[in-house]
Ligand binder design. Structure first.
Ligand code: NAD
Length: 464
């Protein structure tokens, strides 16, 4: 769609949300969203919405999270543009039926799967990457031919408002709506019957979403979080490990679902790692307080939560908190108490506990009985150590000598396992997440080879 005047941009009240799912499903049932041309047009509209207003998105992300322009492009605007462009380019291939070999017993016949849209979908997004996590799932919804309601997070209000303002100008309102709001609006939406609910956020609300979905047997994709650990083996290139971990942890001030939550490091290299982390932090951010490249905490309430986590260990570097400025310094903690809050809950901020461990056995033992994390990172040059971590731990994704970067590997599915979520997306996986794979078997009636299995089973008797 072109940059037409806004219509229906107003945020609806909860009463006016009634019937929204049915209205959008009707559009899908009528075939509005099915053609490849329509999907391409909508994906183009999405890209235009991001690129034509890039400076407004940057300003919104700065207001919500103090993100630098570069970070806004790398992790939000640019990411979604790349996803939308890749989807547009691949649509013909993704939409094509997949042939499957028909078993001998059924031949002559053809078997294939057809990807069909699920219908009216609901996307509920969190605040930490408020643009990326609202729109990357929308790319999948559109590519697969669905209608979608996107409910951005009220905790990132500037981005939410801008989405509500710009989406109606660039996307067809008959199949895409932005509904702003918090618990009341989300609750009203969840009462309706959707064909898929795609939720990104914490595990507590995921249970509310899953319970609401269960009432209508609606499938869900749940993109959740947890404590993503890092294991640093004694064979690792310690300075390189420190630089990569520091980047993955400090980006967006640690408010990243796949950020390294804490580090377990082989005892013999622990002192060296902490020193290198300190160096890498100072190289990357200098004085973080004045660095244009270090984000802010989303709200004062979240700052206070993080302040409360600082007493779980000894502060090696950082530790400063300024609630008014929504600033928490990049902080490294040692002498960490395993039973402290910082080791019990997802940190989701710039606090990095470092704990010593005794080899792969010690790390694997520390993981046992814990929730399966969204990501797990191992830094090692020893192949056996890497292989053991690969085989003996479970996580949504595994980064070997990298942190966070796996999210940018187009082609890899992004999702959790167990407590960190279910279902996955990105690239073709997004298309599949928002599609139903219909199984189709087609057999000519010219020769009835099935006759052998009709009763009476005279011919089969004695042969089976
Ligand atoms: P949040 O507070 O913005 O909540 C997420 C969404 O749930 C919002 O849209 C909010 O309006 C809605 N919500 C809140 N209360 C609700 C209720 N009672 N009923 C229905 N909906 C409700 O974000 P958050 O949950 O604090 O996000 C942070 C969490 O998300 C972390 O655990 C993080 O690891 C996880 N996360 C996961 C991913 C991923 O892709 N797997 C990405 C980002 C964040």
């Amino acid at each position: 769609m072109t940059d037409a005047p806004a219509h229906a941009a107003r945020t609806p009240t909860t009463a006016s949300l009634d019937g929204l799912a049915a209205e959008l499903r009707w559009a899908v049932d009528r075939g509005l969203t099915r053609s490849r041309a329509y999907r391409e047009q909508q994906l183009d509209g999405l890209v235009q919405m991001l690129l034509q207003h890039a400076s407004r998105w940057e300003a919104a992300l700065k207001a919500d999270l103090g993100k630098s322009d570069i970070e806004a492009h790398l992790t939000e605007i640019g990411f979604v543009v790349a996803e939308a462009r890749a989807a547009r380019k691949s649509l013909r291939r993704w939409m094509a039926p997949t042939r499957v070999a028909a078993p001998l017993a059924l031949q002559p016949a053809t078997a294939r799967t057809i990807a069909e849209p699920l219908g009216a979908t609901l996307i509920i997004a969190p605040w930490n990457y408020p643009l990326h996590l609202a729109l990357a799932p929308l790319v999948g919804a559109i590519a697969a031919g669905n209608a979608a309601v996107v409910k951005p997070s009220e905790v990132a209000p500037a981005t939410s408002r801008l989405l509500a303002e710009l989406a109606p100008r660039h996307l067809d309102q008959r199949s895409v709506r932005i509904v702003e709001g918090g618990v009341d609006e989300t609750t009203a939406l969840l009462e309706q019957r959707w064909d898929l609910i795609f939720y990104t956020g914490n595990g507590r609300i995921a249970r509310v979403v899953a319970a609401a979905a269960a009432k209508h047997l609606t499938p869900t994709v749940l993109e959740l979080g947890g404590k993503s650990p890092v294991y640093v083996h004694r064979s690792a290139d310690i300075p390189a490990a420190a630089r990569r971990i520091a980047w993955g942890k400090w980006i967006n001030a640690g408010q990243t679902c796949v950020a390294p939550d804490h580090i377990r490091v082989d005892r013999e290299v622990a002192v060296e790692l902490v020193e290198q982390l300190r160096l890498a932090t100072s190289e990357q951010l200098g004085d973080a307080r004045t660095s244009p490249d270090f984000a802010r905490i989303v709200t004062e309430r979240h700052v206070e939560r993080l302040r409360g986590l600082l007493d779980g260990g000894t502060v090696v570097t950082g530790g400063e908190v300024d609630a008014d400025a929504r600033y928490v310094a990049p902080t490294i903690l040692t002498d960490v108490d395993e039973s402290a809050a910082v080791m019990q809950e997802e940190i989701f901020g710039p606090i990095l506990p470092v704990l010593p461990v005794d080899g792969v056995d010690g790390f694997v033992e520390a993981m046992r009985g814990r929730d399966k994390p969204l990501a797990l990172y191992v830094f090692a040059r020893d192949r056996d150590a890497v292989r053991r971590i690969e085989r003996e731990t479970s996580s949504g994704s595994l980064g070997i000598n990298v942190a966070v970067a796996q999210v940018g590997a187009a082609g890899l599915p992004f999702g959790g396992v167990g407590e960190s979520g279910s279902g996955a997306y990105h690239g073709r996986h997004s298309f599949e997440a928002f599609s139903h794979r219909k199984a189709v078997l087609s057999k000519s009636t010219a020769i009835d080879t099935l006759r052998i299995i009709y009763p009476p089973f005279t011919e089969l008797r004695g042969r089976i």
